[in-house]
Design a protein around this ligand. Structure first.
Ligand code: SAM
Ligand code: SF4
Length: 369
């Protein structure tokens, strides 16, 4: 029997577990991989390695008052590798992205990456291994991570102005991020993606500056619309800076954006070619989770730091693999529980059209972005 659970209010810490209907009962017996009832299949695993962070981005975490998961609730390195192995070997996962919270706070990250790199996908390849990080301390870790098998990197950076960076993250750490980016350049992993969440008061300055910075250094900048998954009461639909707002701001700043035609597949970003008379040409990605949602083509499955499967970032329920694993479940049982959770994936997240949408009770930092 799998355990589906509802999350407690964000600030109260670990979700309470309650036993509910076994989600796997609707699942066809011979199911392969991680399909859902709407014809999608998940091949892209996001693993949150910790709910903790050394920044406090305004759109992600409250300034204070967030209870951390107790250490014993968090998966050990071996438990993470075991579940990633089941995902890749038994369920068709091809891409594994480590995130958090801040995944660099996890001492065993290199070990976990190496364990993932030793796996073989159903296509006979090494999994595509990616990391999403705020970059603090990455200068000391990047060589070890690349040696362990890390293939791709996203670094979050909302502003290259020190004061605006500090306002966005509530920490004065821009120089440390820039030091890390220089180390990443030397390590030769790339192209690096830069993730930015645009803010109403500053995006007309930050967006062109970030794009200039990225084009000069060969980074791929992606703007992510502010989603209702940060601290409660911080999100207001009317204040979301949309992909279209960014197109206008960048055009006003002298950039020419040309949308790429053809299917974007399951990638969340709409990629546009960018040119500017004074800069190398490149691209910008616009992730319109709010204004241009992409639920129809979603291929994601998420594992939280405390071992729960979330079929959607905005799910209000989760299915614990950790509890089954710690009470002796074998790999076949864990595979079946994971499949049941994904089979129950909702059709869409709902906040684009539904004003009664309920914000998930964990913040992005606790789910894994
Ligand atoms: N700490 C790492 C980092 O910042 O890259 C990894 C975790 S963070 C939750 C992953 C991504 O989620 C970051 O790029 C961050 O900007 C984004 N994010 C966090 N809260 C968000 C929100 N409410 N709406 C949109 N994106 C958000
Ligand atoms: Fe930390 Fe990343 Fe959330 Fe910022 S977005 S508070 S860096 S987890």
């Amino acid at each position: 029997m799998s355990q589906q659970r509802t999350s407690s209010p964000v600030l109260l810490g670990i979700p309470t577990v309650r036993h509910e209907r076994d989600l796997a009962t609707d699942l066809p017996a011979a199911t392969r991989g991680l399909p859902d009832r709407f014809g999608r299949g998940a091949t892209d695993l996001r693993v949150s390695l910790t709910d903790r962070c050394n920044l406090r981005c305004t759109y992600c975490m409250p300034a204070e008052g967030l209870n951390w998961l107790p250490t014993q609730a968090v998966l050990t390195d071996e438990e993470v590798v075991r579940l990633v192995t089941i995902g890749v070997r038994d369920l068709g996962v091809r891409t594994v992205r480590f995130t958090g919270g801040e995944p660099l706070l996890r001492k065993g990250l290199e070990h976990i990456v190496a364990g993932t790199a030793a796996l073989t996908t159903w296509d006979g390849e090494r999994p595509d291994i990616a990391l999403t990080t705020n970059g603090l301390g990455l200068d000391h870790r990047i060589d070890g991570l690349v040696a362990a098998g890390l293939g791709r990197l996203n670094v979050s950076l909302d502003s290259i102005d020190p004061a605006r960076f500090a306002a966005s993250t509530r920490r004065d750490r821009l120089p440390d991020v820039l030091t890390s980016l220089r180390a990443v350049d030397r390590a030769g992993i790339g192209p690096v993606k830069i993730n930015a969440v645009p803010q109403p008061a500053t995006y007309r300055q930050d967006a062109p500056e970030l794009l200039r910075f990225s084009l000069e250094r060969g980074y791929q900048l992606r703007f992510i619309e502010f989603m209702p998954i940060g601290p409660p009461e911080t999100w207001n639909r009317a204040e979301v800076i949309t992909a279209q707002d960014l197109r206008v701001a960048l055009t006003d700043a002298g950039f020419t954006l040309t949308p790429r035609h053809g299917p974007r597949g399951s990638a969340p970003a709409k990629v546009e070619d960018v040119s500017h008379p004074d800069l190398p040409s490149g691209t910008v990605g616009l992730i319109g989770s709010v204004s241009e949602p992409f639920c129809d083509t979603c291929t994601r499955t998420r594992l939280t730091a405390d071992g729960a499967i979330r079929s959607c970032l905005f799910s209000t329920t989760e299915t614990s693999l950790r509890d089954a694993m710690r009470t002796g479940a074998d790999d076949e049982t864990l595979r079946r529980i994971w499949q049941g959770a994904m089979w129950a994936k909702p059709k869409a997240h709902g906040f684009t059209t539904d004003d009664s949408f309920a914000t998930p009770s964990r913040t992005m930092s606790a789910i894994g972005g």
